[in-house]
Design a protein around this ligand. Sequence first.
Ligand SMILES: Cc1ncc(COP(=O)(O)O)c(C=O)c1O
Length: 362
Amino acid sequence: MSPMPKRGILEIAAYTPGKSRAAGVAQPIKLSANENPLGCSPAAREAYMAASSRLHLYPDAKTSSLRAAIAAKFNLEPERLIFGAGSDEIFAVAAQTYLGPGDNAVQPEFGFAAWSIAVRATGAEMRSAAEPSYVADVDTLLAAVDERTRIVFIANPANPTGTWLPFSEIERLHDRLPRDVLLVLDGAYAECAYGLEGYSDGLEWSRDKQNVIVTRTFSKIYGLASLRIGWAYAAPAVADAMNRIRLPFSVPSAGEAAAVAALADDAFVERSVALVVQGRRELTNALRHMGLTTLDTAANFVTVRFDDAAKVETELARRGLLVRHLANYNLPDWLRITVGMPTDQARLIEALKEIVSAAPRQ
Ligand SMILES: Cc1ncc(COP(=O)(O)O)c(C=O)c1O
């Protein structure tokens, strides 16, 4: 006899993080987890270090200083914010709050892997709606919704494809959803898409919506992935329900202090976005120039197809370049490459030219 996990738990495959090690290479170039190659704001690092004198104290369970800073910066009501150990925790809390056995959630076919884990852990089913052109499709999403659907997840821009929808499509999705279905709009890469015509992060729009939650993170453009700070803006009733069950201390004080400082450093964010915008354009051009197919990205990575993506991933790793093979996303022919520093991207492109030209034609 041994303890039996709940039904369905052993059918869930654990999240596969982007690789961080390459055999025989001391310091590989990591382009596998959509991190910020510039690191983080120096002010954030300082704030983090300064907080080290308070490590023996529990964090503020209300995350009050970051709450106030986000509310001021984005013009949001502080009491409608939810915090978590990364937006990952917020997805899990949303799932625990709204789903149980017999319910389902709906996502685009290539939805972010953590959503499905969160959903299935509750005993609910995750339904995936076809993305015919690797872009989330509002019609297939709506077709997958039934009377047991409680949550629809969508990321804009999306991971792992990098593709995005004009905000009118998000509005159309919301308009046609039953009002008792929660729409989770995941904006992990929102900053990378600001300025694209037709793009909106949805924060302002969601103010008068009772069934929308917009999630954001400090892991990407702010470069604080290791500190695990995510936040969300939701209708008061949604925020109230979710805040009842979230872990009270999941955002550590040092992380909160760093995030407050990061939020104030507009210059760092601007530099980071500029690097992403230029880097994804150059990477896309170079890959297409090699005759490869890439998806139109609005995020900080480029998703590209190869005849033998697994082999290309291995060959790159041998040269100290880590990228992400998307086999676990049911995209076995695709690699996802995070925008890196220009010199690292140049190395990657040279390596790819070598690998692709050496591959036998099919
Ligand atoms: C679409 C999307 N949402 C959320 C996250 C999770 O971010 P966090 O570090 O805030 O948990 C990621 C991270 O890769 C992501 O790609």
